[in-house]
Design a protein around this ligand. Structure first.
Ligand code: SF4
Length: 357
């Protein structure tokens, strides 16, 4: 196999088969940045829809830097991993305030932008500035591990071998197209299961295909042992106004997101002690659990409803005593669904709605 022939075939295939994605119509640094951040960990069909709405509402980096959290949350809803949106906004603020709206011009400069790791920086630098830096994401790891029939891809040396291989075959003339072609091949042809080898431009170069060991490449990633966690979501319901309290979570699971307060077993005991001193508040524990997974944590969630039948003050006091004093928002139940950014909060609200009907 000559590396050049492999690269050439890949680029020819990309020229004829690349997907028509909205950010590929013309090179625009802002669009490339937003699309790359959205595409990490979210399926492309969802990204395409959300990207268009996002750019329509926030057409420039200045709009993104100035947008309020509420708008950002709504625009990001459905994409998951909201921390990405927060970092995107932080990055926009840095570009506007410290770089006077001028985008970083190289891989090294993009690495200094919040939330921008090696993958995003190399994608933007290669696509927008034709810098010869190879992107290595999950798709690329899979393609290379199959091309070379690698049995070790997850160790440090395995990762270095993949990076070195891609660095070696990325062409100086079209680095951005090469990176996109590798990722596109992984996403559409060299798929995790049922790869379409008969349509693959690199079939004759592929050692896993030749040696009939595609299923073993890449080997399964060693898993972190999962941990079972019991978690309580607190719905503070002010019935006279039919509003629920959302807080800015500052610690633990889903920290830095806005949603229902989440408390542990120990904090539940504390909550019960607090409620003993506040007779106007009533506690109701829903019997149905909601299962949820965050990284390697397998959560068994329970919903607690604290009903406040008079003023907000007592309810707010409970939140403060539990350490949720930074931001408290009272939202009408009829408006709350659009304000919930995480799947966990949506599950909690669904159980609450079923109960309160
Ligand atoms: S021949 Fe099959 S396994 Fe090999 S790179 Fe192509 S799609 Fe992947």
């Amino acid at each position: 196999m000559t590396l050049n022939s492999c690269t050439k075939k890949l680029l020819e295939w990309y020229d004829n088969h690349q997907r028509l994605l909205p950010w590929r119509q013309e090179i625009n640094v802002y669009h490339t940045w937003v699309s790359e951040v959205m595409s990490q960990q979210t399926v492309m069909a969802v990204v395409v829809i959300k990207f268009s709405d996002f750019i329509k509402q926030l057409p420039t980096v200045y709009d993104l830097a100035a947008c309020d959290e509420e708008t950002l949350r709504q625009l990001w809803s459905g994409l998951g991993y909201y921390a990405r949106a927060r970092n995107l906004k932080k990055g926009a603020q840095l570009i506007v305030e410290q770089l006077y709206g001028r985008f970083p011009q190289s891989y090294e400069e993009w690495l200094k932008i919040p939330g921008c790791g090696a993958y995003t920086a190399s994608a933007i630098a290669s696509i927008c500035y034709h810098e010869k830096v190879a992107c290595v994401d999950g798709n690329v790891i899979r393609v290379v591990s199959r091309l070379l029939a690698l049995s070790d891809v997850w160790s440090k040396s395995g990762q270095s071998a993949i990076q070195a291989y891609v660095n070696n075959i990325i062409p100086a003339e079209r680095p951005g197209d090469f990176n996109q072609a590798m990722m596109e091949l992984g996403a559409t042809i060299c798929r995790k299961s049922n790869p379409l080898c008969n349509q693959c431009p690199l079939q004759e170069h592929c050692l896993a295909f030749t040696n009939n060991c595609i299923a073993q490449c890449p080997p399964k990633k060693p898993r972190r042992t999962s941990v079972n966690v019991e978690l309580f979501a607190l719905i503070i319901w002010h019935t006279p106004t039919d509003t629920l309290a959302l807080v800015k979570r500052t610690k633990g699971f889903l920290a830095k997101t806005i949603g229902f307060p989440l408390i542990s077993n120990n904090e539940l005991l504390e909550l019960e002690r607090i409620l003993d001193t506040l007779p106007k508040l009533q506690l109701l524990k829903l019997s149905k659990n909601f299962p949820h997974t965050i990284t390697h944590h397998r959560i068994s969630g329970k919903v607690l409803i604290v009903q406040a039948i008079e003023e907000h003050n007592d309810a707010a006091l409970v939140l403060q005593k539990l350490g949720f004093s930074e931001y408290i928002y009272w939202i009408k139940t009829s408006n709350i669904v659009v304000k919930l950014a995480t799947t966990l909060d949506k599950k909690v609200f669904q159980l609450f709605s079923m109960q309160s009907k």
